[in-house]
Design a protein around this ligand. Structure first.
Ligand code: SF4
Ligand code: SF4
Length: 307
C-alpha cells in the first residue's frame, strides 16, 4: 500500500498529521533515559522506569517491526471555555477521554491498510505501552520536542494528541522534525512553578499538570500559590508558545466541552456536588482524579488549603 493512501485515510479519520519513521533503536536517548531512571526523575510515575529495554528498542514490542506510523489529532475547539471568573481545565480534557477515541480511529486505519496489504503485524499505542511517543513523533516528522518538552509543529502548534502504529510493513521514512525553538524561552519564563528551569527537561514534582492530575499527590504549600486557577492540568507553557498563536481548531464532537461545562463559573465550581461532578465528567479524563481530589484542587486554587 502507498504511503499517500494511508495519509489520506488518516486525514479522513480526523487526524491532523501522519508521518513515518524507520523502527530503529533510540540509541541517542539511552543516556537521557538512564539518568531519568537512576535519578528517579519520574517522581511517582513508576511505570516510566519499567520496560527500559523496550523503550529504547521498540522492535522488542513487535517481532520484525520495521516502521512507526505517527499521527496527531488537534484538540483545541474554536471556542474555548470562558476564562473570566472561572477556574481552568486543561484543554485536552474539555471533552471525552482521548485514549479510546484515538485508538478506535487507529484500528480503523489498520483495517484500511489490511484491505490493501493483507495481514500484517501491528500494535497501536496511545499514551500507553513503553513507546517514547514524543521521540517517535519527532522521528516521524510531526514536530520537535520543544523546551517545554512537548511536541510542537510549526503550523499545528502543540495542542494535539499523538498516536502510533508500530508495524512490520516497510515504508520510506519521512525526515525527522527539526527544532525551531531557537532563542525563544517564553515557556521557561512563563512556567509559574519553575518546572522548566532546565529547558527540554520537565521537573515533574513541580509541574502543576502533574500536581493537579495525579490523585495521590499532595500539592506542596509553596506551589499552591502558583496554581493560577488551574484545577485540572495547566497549559501555561503551551499558551505562551508562539507556535500556538493560531491553533487549527478541530470540529470533533467528542472533544468539545459540554454546554454545562461551558456555563460553569467560580461559584459553581466551589459548590460542586459529587453528583454534578459525575454528570460533568463521566467519560472525561477529569473523572480519573475523582471528586474528592478535584475539590481539593479547587480549594487550593481558592486559597482554602486543599491539595
Ligand atoms: S504545565 Fe504548567 S507547571 Fe508544568 S511545565 Fe508547563 S507551565 Fe510549568
Ligand atoms: S515557547 Fe518558545 S522555547 Fe518554549 S516550546 Fe515554544 S518555541 Fe520553544
Amino acid at each position: 500500500m502507498e504511503k499517500s493512501a494511508i495519509i489520506q485515510k488518516s486525514l479522513a479519520l480526523g487526524f491532523s498529521q501522519c508521518g513515518f519513521a524507520r523502527c530503529e533503536p533510540l540509541e541517542e536517548l539511552r543516556p537521557f533515559y538512564h539518568d531519568f531512571v537512576t535519578g528517579k526523575r519520574f517522581a511517582t510515575l513508576q511505570y516510566l522506569e519499567r520496560y527500559a529495554a523496550e523503550r529504547i528498542h521498540p522492535e522488542l514490542l513487535l517481532p520484525g517491526a520495521k516502521t512507526v506510523i505517527g499521527v496527531t489529532m488537534n484538540y483545541v475547539p474554536a471556542n474555548l471555555i470562558p476564562g473570566e471568573d472561572n477556574f481552568v481545565i486543561s484543554r485536552y480534557a474539555y471533552g471525552q477521554d482521548y485514549h479510546t477515541i484515538i485508538r478506535s480511529r487507529l484500528e480503523k486505519l489498520v483495517e484500511f491498510m489490511q484491505g490493501g496489504s493483507g495481514e500484517f503485524g501491528a500494535r497501536i499505542f496511545v499514551d500507553s505501552g513503553p513507546m517514547l511517543e514524543k521521540a517517535w513523533a519527532q522521528r516521524c516528522g510531526l514536530g520537535w520536542q520543544g523546551k517545554n518538552t512537548l511536541v510542537i509543529h510549526q503550523q499545528n502548534g502543540s495542542f494535539f494528541f499523538v498516536g502510533m502504529i508500530l508495524t512490520d510493513l516497510e515504508f520510506e521514512p519521512d525526515p525527522p522534525g527539526k527544532d525551531h525553538c531557537g532563542d525563544c524561552e517564553k515557556c521557561v519564563k512563563a512556567c509559574p512553578a519553575g518546572a522548566l528551569e532546565t529547558p527540554y527537561q520537565l521537573n515533574i514534582p513541580r509541574c502543576i499538570s502533574y500536581l493537579t492530575i495525579e490523585k495521590k499527590i499532595e500539592i506542596p504549600d509553596e506551589l499552591k500559590e502558583k496554581l493560577n486557577d488551574r484545577i485540572y492540568g495547566c497549559d501555561i507553557c503551551q499558551e505562551v508558545c508562539p507556535y500556538n498563536r493560531h491553533p487549527q481548531p478541530h470540529d470533533l464532537q467528542e472533544f468539545l466541552p459540554s454546554a454545562e461545562l461551558l456555563k460553569m463559573r467560580k461559584a459553581d465550581w466551589l459548590s460542586l456536588t459529587e453528583a454534578e461532578f459525575t454528570r460533568l465528567f463521566t467519560g472525561s479524563p477529569v473523572a480519573r482524579v475523582g471528586y474528592q481530589r478535584f475539590m481539593k484542587n479547587i480549594n487550593a486554587c481558592n486559597g482554602q488549603g486543599g491539595g
